[in-house]
Design a protein around this ligand. Structure first.
Ligand code: SF4
Length: 733
């Protein structure tokens, strides 16, 4: 939904609601807070309800709400307000609607902790589960989970402070709204699950810093969440929220990490003019709090219905001749096996490129745990699922309601599958349909970042986790309705995502390379896919003029720190017509650079990386209808300073872990780049290498060093699509 006012001057820790405008007092009575809400995820009488599919995911989060505390204590700011602001901003980064802090009042501890009975059920399942997946470290994840589920819960009443996360709700589905068969009467469950995703991540983060922390949900808790929401100034003493009334869900982290507490609300505190019109730059105002106030759930928050649909993607795919490659050809796998040399191997080993950043590593345990749930057996087919149109509408509405930013449906052709899995076994394509999803990496944090500093890796991990959770719930639901369905996540996938995003109309190929650019999110996204045999109606590809735009715009190539993005034309690679980047340079820089963790600078600096303001509409309109104006628009983008760092938005700490010790402020100068407006990058001056199928490693787990000279020769041998087609016609290619 387009906003009228920019949030560029609003620090991230203030959040999307104008909480700072509310009147405060020094203390609040907690005696009138309603009884603690308890959410159950068992609804066997209603097999169509998605609540049933959330059950194991909520149980997994509740099972991992505690964990080992790193014994080396991190070097973090001693200023208690800086700590509170940092942790609140982290909560907002994870899309909490409101975050408050408090010292834990004695009466907030529950006499009898709330226990989620589904955790035991999940533990039983994990005891017998033999994961088919061979994702890295899966045995370690399994062992850790089994161990933690067996251990008796430790008391946490020595925790002194609480972080309270409040999640708002979209409107309720209308009684006959098409697409809403699965999502009625499930708002508490949605907010419980989403709140706990954030609480588990933040608790994991705080433990990584060396302080004890535990997450608490509306299904498993040691504390009264409602009382803590009052004590931290989010809610009134009767449990009502000044902006939302009773339409919210809560999650909490309790911890030994001291921080400044927020003050409780004054009894008469109520939103003023700022809430009505959004003057202070907050993204939520009475009018703009819920994208679905004016839209159907099945259509999503962005106006995809306004885009031109076409029969074929705007880039050529030689479908009969796409070369399938083994998973072993994935650049991270190649790094791990030493194909790119010792430095890259060391940086990739044990996920060190993630581990070195405290903020990024916070997401890793949940990502690993969800791998265990991403596949399974199908139940009996439910009679209501025979209509492909109805299935498509239900899938999209459920995903948008859960919080996916865009979803598209397509066939899942054989050529999108890898040829061999991680163990070297051939993959026989098994599902004919694909549900592709994209998750926004977050404009606000991107504004404060260089794209390759100490938040870059966390930006990827946050989006990957969101997909693993929401895509996982959907796949589980489809299995319960009688269809096989498999999640293809960053941790373990068997299909290539970019062609599926193209086929399902979620974007077009961009100059960045394998990155598909969406007209509403730009390239600032991560993708995930669920494949299934459920019958569903397909979407068509979209054409919003990006091929011409990227032809004329070169900004990402100019700004790429590793020089991996081509300034030249689209060429044929493995059957796809793309701007092929040098993935070796890109991966080497991303995993082994010392001045940050990972890199997404191309996303940061692209003119399509927009805030979503009404004022940006003319750019989008012009770019779509007159892509020849790209050069001028890219220049204007430079002149407007788009792609520069906005220091107001920097909320994270530049912490680095060295040699498995404590996290400390990085000893390396932090990447803080400005735009290279004066650089005239020329294709003729670039030396790029590519590794098409004939240069891919065999599917097995042993080293196969990259031959860069052969890669450079392969780049030079790539040809444009028209030439490729002509050769094919003559039977030459
Ligand atoms: Fe295309 Fe320019 Fe964005 Fe690169 S920066 S993806 S060339 S629009």
């Amino acid at each position: 939904m387009t906003k009228l006012f920019s949030y560029r001057n609003r620090p991230v820790h203030l959040g999307p609601y104008p909480l700072e405008k509310l009147e405060r007092v020094d203390s609040a009575a907690l005696d009138h807070v309603p009884a603690m809400a308890h959410v159950s995820f068992r609804r066997p009488e209603d097999p169509l309800s998605i609540v049933n599919a959330m059950q194991e995911y909520q149980a997994m989060l509740d099972a991992t709400r505690d964990g080992l505390v790193k014994k080396e204590i991190a070097e973090i700011p001693s200023d208690l307000t800086e700590r509170a602001n940092h942790l609140k901003a982290f909560g907002y980064y994870c899309d909490a609607s409101m975050v408050g802090t408090c010292e834990i009042p004695r009466e907030a501890w529950l006499d009898t902790p709330l226990v989620n009975p589904d955790v035991d059920r999940l533990a039983d399942k994990l005891r017998t589960l033999q994961p088919k997946t061979l994702a890295a470290g899966i045995d370690v994840i399994m062992a850790g989970l089994r161990e933690s589920m067996r251990a008796p819960p430790q008391a946490c009443d020595h925790h002194t402070h609480a972080l309270v996360f409040l999640y708002d709700m979209p409107r309720d589905p209308e009684p006959d709204e098409v697409g809403c068969d699965w999502i009625t009467d499930a708002q508490d469950h949605r907010t419980c699950l989403r709140g706990m995703e954030t609480a588990v991540t933040l608790a994991s983060y705080i433990r990584t810093l060396g302080f004890d922390a535990r997450a608490h949900s509306m299904a498993a808790s040691d504390v009264h969440l409602g009382k803590l929401a009052v004590a931290s100034g989010l809610n009134h003493a009767d449990g009502a929220n000044p902006f939302l009334g009773n339409r919210y869900g809560l999650a909490v982290v309790t911890t030994t990490l001291a921080m400044t507490a927020d003050r409780p609300l004054a009894p008469n505190a109520k939103p003023g003019l700022s809430w009505a019109i959004g003057l202070s730059g907050h993204t939520k105002s009475r009018r703009f709090a819920d994208a679905f106030q004016t839209r159907k759930f099945r259509d999503g928050p962005h106006p995809f219905e306004t885009l031109k649909r076409v029969e074929n993607p705007t880039t050529y795919i030689d479908k009969p001749n796409v070369a399938r490659v083994p998973k072993r050809a994935n650049l991270f796998a190649r790094g791990l096996f030493g194909d790119m040399g010792k430095t890259v191997q060391e940086a990739t080993k044990n996920g060190n490129y993630v581990r070195k950043s405290a903020a990024a590593f916070a997401f890793r345990p949940s990502l690993g745990a969800f791998v265990l749930l991403q596949d399974g057996e199908a139940s009996e087919v439910h009679e209501s699922t025979q209509d492909p149109d109805r299935n498509a509408a239900n899938i999209k509405a459920a995903l948008y309601w859960l919080g996916v930013d865009a979803a598209g449906l397509s066939a899942c052709p054989d050529w999108v599958y890898y040829s061999h899995d991680a163990a070297g076994q051939p993959i026989m394509p098994y599902h004919s349909n694909a549900i592709s999803m994209i998750i926004d990496q977050g404009h606000e944090t991107m504004e404060g970042a260089s794209g390759d500093d100490w938040i870059a890796c966390a930006q990827s991990m946050r989006a990957y986790l969101r997909f693993s959770l929401l895509g996982g719930v959907l796949a589980e639901h489809l299995r319960r309705l009688g269809y096989t369905a498999r999640v293809h996540s960053v941790m373990d996938d068997e299909v290539l995502h970019p062609p599926l995003l193209l086929l399902s109309g979620l974007g077009e190929v961009s100059r960045i390379g394998e990155v598909i650019l969406n007209p509403f999110l730009g390239p600032r996204l991560k993708s995930g896919v669920v494949t299934t045999n459920m019958p569903l109606t397909h979407d068509k590809p979209i054409d919003f003029g990006l091929q011409k735009f990227c032809e004329a715009c070169n900004k990402c190539a100019r700004e790429c720190p590793s020089g991996a993005i081509t300034a030249g034309p689209k060429l044929m690679f493995n059957g796809y017509e793309i701007w092929k980047s040098d993935s070796q340079k890109c991966t080497t820089y991303r995993v082994a650079q010392k001045n940050g963790a990972m890199c997404g600078r191309c996303m940061k600096t692209c003119p399509w990386n927009l805030e979503g303001l009404f004022a940006e509409a003319p750019f989008r309109k012009l770019a779509m209808t007159l892509p020849q104006a790209a050069k001028a628009l890219a220049k204007l983008d430079d002149l407007a300073g788009q792609g520069e760092i906005n220091p107001v938005k920097k909320w994270w700490w530049d912490l680095e872990m060295v040699d498995d010790g404590a996290y400390r402020p990085s000893a390396h100068p932090v990447n803080a780049r400005g735009l290279q407006k004066g650089l005239d990058l020329r294709y003729e001056d670039q030396t790029l290498a590519v590794y098409p199928a004939p240069l891919a490693p065999p599917p097995y787990a042993y080293p196969y060093p990259m031959d860069r000279e052969a890669g450079i020769a392969a780049y030079k041998a790539m040809i444009p699509a028209p030439e490729h087609k002509a050769r094919r016609a003559k039977g030459l290619a």
